[in-house]
Design a protein around this ligand. Structure first.
Ligand code: ADP
Ligand code: ASP
Ligand code: MG
Length: 418
């Protein structure tokens, strides 16, 4: 059996949902777990619902309307019969969101976030599952929260592998088609919904593949596979036919956003291949991540991360400073959930390039100022180049202000102001 994952872009509208059926028909796989993300940019929209909830707690009706406005037209296009049970299912889920927003007493932002954003996946999978059944592709809808059990670190929950393995072995059939939600889990004590981190549906697919000893995972994308650079920023790109697990982990770690970084480790442990393929040309080869050659073809790979923050610390009296305080710096970076992308240390200064994902820069800077002289640049871009050639680096930094460069075996990183 195999695991398929359809991301937001593949199910952004009715046409996308119809295309899921086409992909299943063309690939002719009969035993599948199909992991589906929220439709289009629904998770971003639901993040907006959370923000609004904390500003005006009474505003639940607009939030319900937002879900209806997006999904109802899709339902109408997919099902010409308005008495199909999926219409009341959508209404039920929308009511459930409204009830949560009205009754919730918790002020824990991350907790509320997970209880709200989950509706994106609950709705998308209900629609996809109903549509597939409607067109004769029999399948079972599974609430992933009965299978993937996590700790209670909301928004970034850690999987309890032992319980999850047991649940999946007991509850998921290796035969036939199961449709379930990416990104979601449930915390073990009270069954509250948790999420695995933004873009976490790839990881969900890997969890199922690992626990079911699947023959492969296929993530369906709006690109032909993994390219050597993000096509949104680079006009000339090359399709990578084959990537080793190790190289793919490096690419994902540095931010090649086409694969979620946590996805590869469970697959590598059981040597389950991961394919990245185009949902528009499902029979094309795409990219295979697996055992074997590092990269085929062997080309340089470019990863770009915008909106990073470069923070440079030096001691208030220009002493050699870092050893005494370095522990605190890491403690605070961790406390404020800053994702560290790059570190550079010199005699009198220490620089880190971080991703301010959770909007915690201000409090972090305040902490740092108690011990250090702090300089920082916001909105910088981090380029990571694997297997770089010197002339490419030169071309890349042309017309840009280079703030920091770091070179290690196989990898060059540049922080620039564009
Ligand atoms: P999903 O619908 O699964 O969430 P994403 O939008 O997260 O899909 O990922 C697909 C997008 O990733 C592509 O449209 C492309 O713009 C971007 N991307 C970034 N880096 C790469 C890369 N190296 N190869 C292919 N696509 C990439
Ligand atoms: N819907 C979630 C997100 O947008 C998870 C995913 O798409 O993988 O982050
Ligand atoms: Mg995505």
């Amino acid at each position: 059996m195999k695991v398929f994952k359809f991301g937001g872009a593949s199910v952004k509208d009715a046409q996308g949902v119809k295309n899921v059926a086409t992909v299943l028909q063309k690939t002719e796989e009969e035993d599948l777990v199909v992991v589906v993300s929220a439709m289009g940019k629904m998770t971003n929209a639901l993040e907006g619902v959370v923000t609004r909830y904390f500003k005006e707690p009474g505003s639940y009706r607009e939030s319900q309307q937002l879900l209806l406005d997006y999904h109802l037209p899709i339902l109408k296009e997919l099902f010409n019969n308005a008495s199909h049970p999926i219409f009341s299912r959508l209404q039920e889920l929308v009511t459930e969101l409204g009830q949560f927003l009205q009754q919730n007493k918790s002020t824990n932002h991350a907790f509320v976030y997970d209880q709200v954003v989950c509706f994106g996946e609950l709705i998308s999978t209900s629609i996809v599952s109903a549509y597939l059944n409607h067109v004769g592709i029999a399948n079972t809808w599974l609430d992933v929260r009965n299978c993937i059990i996590t700790d209670n670190k909301y928004r970034d929950a850690k999987v309890d592998w032992e319980v999850t393995q047991q649940n999946i072995s007991n509850k998921v059939s290796k035969q036939g088609i199961t449709v379930t939600q990416g990104f979601l889990g449930a915390e073990g004590n009270n069954n509250f919904t948790t999420t695995l981190g933004r873009e976490g549906s790839d990881y969900t697919a890997a969890i199922f593949a690992y626990c079911l000893n699947a023959d492969g995972v296929i993530i369906w994308k709006d690109v032909p596979g993994v390219l050597n650079a993000d096509p949104r920023y680079f006009s000339k790109t090359t399709l990578l036919n084959q990537i080793s697990y190790r190289e793919a982990i490096e690419l994902a770690f540095y931010g090649a956003s086409v694969i979620h970084p946590k996805t590869l480790q469970p697959l590598q442990r059981k040597e389950i291949p991961l394919f990245v393929k185009s949902f528009l040309n499902p029979l094309d080869e795409g990219t295979c991540v697996g055992k074997g050659v590092t990269l085929e073809p062997m080309v340089s790979c470019f990863i770009l991360k915008r909106n990073q923050v470069l923070i440079s610390l030096s001691s208030l009296d220009f002493n050699f400073m870092m050893e005494d305080h370095i522990g605190n710096v890491f403690k605070w970076l961790h406390e404020f959930k800053m994702k560290v992308e790059l570190i550079q240390n010199s005699a009198i200064s220490f620089s880190v390039c971080v991703d301010n994902k959770y909007d915690t820069l201000e409090p972090l800077l305040n902490k740092l100022r108690s011990t250090f002289k702090v300089r920082w640049n916001e909105n910088v871009t981090l380029y990571t180049i694997r297997h770089a050639q010197p002339k490419q680096i030169k071309a890349l930094v042309k017309d840009k202000e280079l703030l920091l460069k770091q070179e290690s075996r196989g990898t060059v990183q540049l922080v620039v102001k564009e």
